[in-house]
Design a protein around this ligand. Structure first.
Ligand SMILES: Cc1ncc(COP(=O)(O)O)c(C=O)c1O
Length: 387
């Protein structure tokens, strides 16, 4: 066989996908597995958004759109930032992509030269280091601790800055920890970026899923050096429709659009039209978000309470739909622990290895309360049997 590139041979496959696959295989063999691995809402999207997708088909929106996204979508996104975040962006400071994931990749590709460093609070979402690596950069993780609710210390981030640092990533609410950074922490990190002339990549995908505490984007403090990474996947339950949007300084957005124009041309035209309805039909969308938030919060409380009761230490996160739990009472190696849970308790979770979270695993509560209760009963039976 002809060659596979060194760059792709060196790239790690996603651990989330690997554990999902394991859980799916077990399910297919007839075992009733409770999968708490997925990073996507278990709700159907709001009806008005589905109606807008039908309308897009009926109206024959079958053509390529501009690389940066349709004017109507970029205007709706600009209006969202004005309305919800008090941030002013011109439509040419906004770019729509195939998910927040592509916004992020376009961003890293646009700002990194070989060997440039990117500071990433750990535990982190696995795609950050993978994308930094693909863009020729080097990830510099900064450890956060469960006893601090996985909130980074501004001093620790400052200590990681070198002459090669170009970007600091902020992801609040966080995947995988669910941590919501207090405004003073976001402000402190933003000031560091100002002082050291760095980019801030503010991954705000989970903005709408905050149960306690307050969401604030880094752009509030340093709009001139922040790329907001956002999208429709998490808040509107539209993961498979693949619409994300970035907002930032025009020069940066222009560079990202140039890359996108050569790589994917544009995001999906039908989905772009549908997401305009999610952004513009404010009251209907708000009602949907409130309904899902209430459900997530109730699930979080049951899951965190249950895991702690079983001796698996789990801080209460304020946002997203994940918790990080200490699995060392099951096994000191987190992959072994997650494998034991899957094979013996038939509960699928993602081991912390690739999140840089040794001894821990991520439980997603984007699944029904019934499943969460079933998972806790099974873990209880397993942990009890083990002791
Ligand atoms: C932290 C974080 N950022 C970005 C994304 C990208 O989401 P999407 O590409 O579906 O918009 C995800 C998805 O899991 C995520 O967890």
């Amino acid at each position: 066989m002809p060659q596979i590139s060194e760059a792709l041979k060196a790239l790690k496959a996603s651990a989330t996908v690997a554990f999902n696959t394991k859980a799916t295989e077990l399910k297919r063999s007839g075992v009733d597995v409770v999968a708490m691995t997925a990073g996507e809402p278990d709700f159907q999207p709001p009806e008005h958004v589905i109606a807008a997708a039908h309308e897009a088909i009926d109206k024959g929106m079958t053509k390529y759109t501009p690389a940066e996204g349709t004017a109507e979508l970029r205007e709706a996104v600009a209006e969202k930032f004005r309305r919800e975040n008090g941030l002013t962006y011109a439509p040419n400071q906004i770019s729509a992509s195939t998910g927040g994931k592509q916004v992020l990749y376009n961003g890293f590709m646009a700002v990194l030269n070989p060997g440039d460093e990117v500071i990433i609070p750990a535990p982190y979402w696995v795609s950050y280091p993978a994308q930094v690596q693909l863009a020729g950069g080097v990830s510099v993780p900064v450890t956060t601790r469960p006893e601090d609710g996985f909130i980074p210390s501004v001093e620790d981030i400052e200590a990681a800055i070198t002459a090669r640092t170009r970007v600091i990533v902020i992801n609040s609410p966080s995947n995988p920890t669910g941590a919501v950074y207090p405004p003073e922490v976001v402000r402190g990190i933003s000031e560091l970026a100002q002082r050291h002339d760095l980019w801030l990549f503010s991954d705000d995908l989970y903005e709408h899923l905050v149960y306690d505490g307050e969401f604030v984007s880094a752009a509030t403090f340093a709009q001139d050096r922040t790329l907001i990474i956002h999208g429709a996947s998490k808040a509107y339950a539209l993961t498979g429709w693949r619409i994300g949007y970035g907002a930032g300084p025009q020069e940066l957005i222009k560079a990202m659009n140039k890359l996108q124009g050569q790589v994917t041309s544009s995001a999906n035209a039908l989905a772009q039209h549908a997401v305009v309805a999610a952004l513009n039909e404010v009251e209907k969308t708000r009602a949907f978000i409130e309904m899902t938030k209430e459900a997530y919060k109730a699930r979080r409380d049951v899951l965190v309470g249950g895991l702690n009761r079983l001796g698996l230490k789990t801080p209460t996160p304020q946002g997203a739909f994940y918790v990080m739990s200490d699995l060392t009472p099951i096994h000191k190696d987190e992959t072994e622990a997650a494998t034991l849970l899957l094979e013996h308790a038939h509960v699928g979770v993602v081991p912390g290895t690739d999140f840089d979270a040794p001894g821990q695993a991520r439980f997603s509560y984007a699944t029904s309360m019934e499943n969460i209760e079933k998972a806790l009963e099974r873990i209880e039976a397993f942990v009890g049997a083990k002791v």
